[in-house]
Design a protein around this ligand. Structure first.
Ligand SMILES: [Zn+2]
Length: 283
């Protein structure tokens, strides 16, 4: 199978009033675990590489994207590649220019930290370039807490402003602030489901939920029912991967072969992905 395209997976989610799950990848073990989990659940999904993940690779986006490309293309379910939370102009330029090489089919232009007018201008400009390269474009409005953005606790996206933002920028998907927050290691956030429904009614493009690791699975399911069409999951995978690495190293202090603990971490990622897909996408 070749890599799927984000646009097709999101369109399918819209048509079935479901969602596509998008998982953030930091290491090769993340990517392998995510693909295994998606295959076990029998659902399509996205591998996402964020600007932060690229920064961890000394600013090089190629090695991890190439690995994701190979893994996604070999998967038995449709897998697409996405560049997540890109703020840096140089990486945006490079990511858009080289997307074709790695099979990347979407990008999140993250200008939500800017004032509204500047967010509109930056998103519209980068969005045009990304569209010219054939990419599906996601942007964010309202800053989801945790990165002090639209995903900060207490921040909410206004439905009328969101509709104006989409019209002014031409983006294909919109990340909204509805109560979730980035980097939460416990699933204790509550979502404003009424706001999700109002946003879904007024915004003409699919809604994206960031910070989903902090939201209980049953609430995520309700968010999808209310209109969320792309669900981003990152931190929850890091939590289970690290827990298992810690367990293996604690149980046997003589372990030196990284395969021993990384295999446990990778298995935990696969389990978490399969479980998340099963619950969130349950009809
Ligand atoms: Zn995010």
């Amino acid at each position: 199978m070749t890599l799927a395209r984000t646009r097709d997976l999101v369109d399918a989610a819209v048509a079935s009033r479901s969602a596509v799950l998008a998982f953030n990848v930091i290491t090769l073990e993340h990517a392998e675990g995510v693909v295994t989990g998606l295959e076990r659940a029998g659902v399509p999904g996205l591998l996402q590489v964020s600007e932060n993940a690229v920064r961890y690779r000394h600013g090089h986006h190629e090695p991890l994207l190439a690995a994701c490309q190979e893994l996604g293309a070999a998967a038995t379910v449709p897998v697409a590649l996405h560049l997540d939370h890109v703020q840096d102009a140089a990486l945006l330029r490079l990511g858009i220019a080289t997307a074709w090489r790695y099979g990347v089919s979407s990008v999140m232009v993250d200008a939500a930290h800017l004032a509204y007018d500047e967010n509109v201008a930056a998103t519209a400009t980068w969005g045009r370039d990304a569209h010219a390269a054939g990419l599906w474009v996601e942007a964010e409005l309202g800053e989801v807490g945790g990165k002090d953005g639209a995903h900060a606790p207490g921040v909410r996206t206004d439905p009328d402003e969101a509709a104006r933002f989409v019209a002014a920028t031409g983006v294909d998907g919109l990340a909204v602030a509805v109560g979730s927050s980035h980097a939460m290691v416990t699933a204790t956030a509550s979502l404003d489901l009424d706001l999700v429904a109002r946003l879904a009614a007024s915004v003409p493009v699919p809604l994206v939920l960031h910070g989903s690791s902090g939201v209980p699975h049953d609430v995520l399911q309700e968010a999808v029912r209310a209109g969320i069409r792309k669900v981003n999951v990152g931190t929850a995978l890091n939590v289970v991967l690290t827990e298992q690495v810690r367990r293996v190293l604690r149980d046997d202090e003589r372990v030196t072969d990284p395969r021993r603990y990384l295999a446990a971490g990778r298995d935990a990622v696969a389990d978490a992905v399969a479980a998340t897909c099963a619950v969130v996408l349950a009809a």
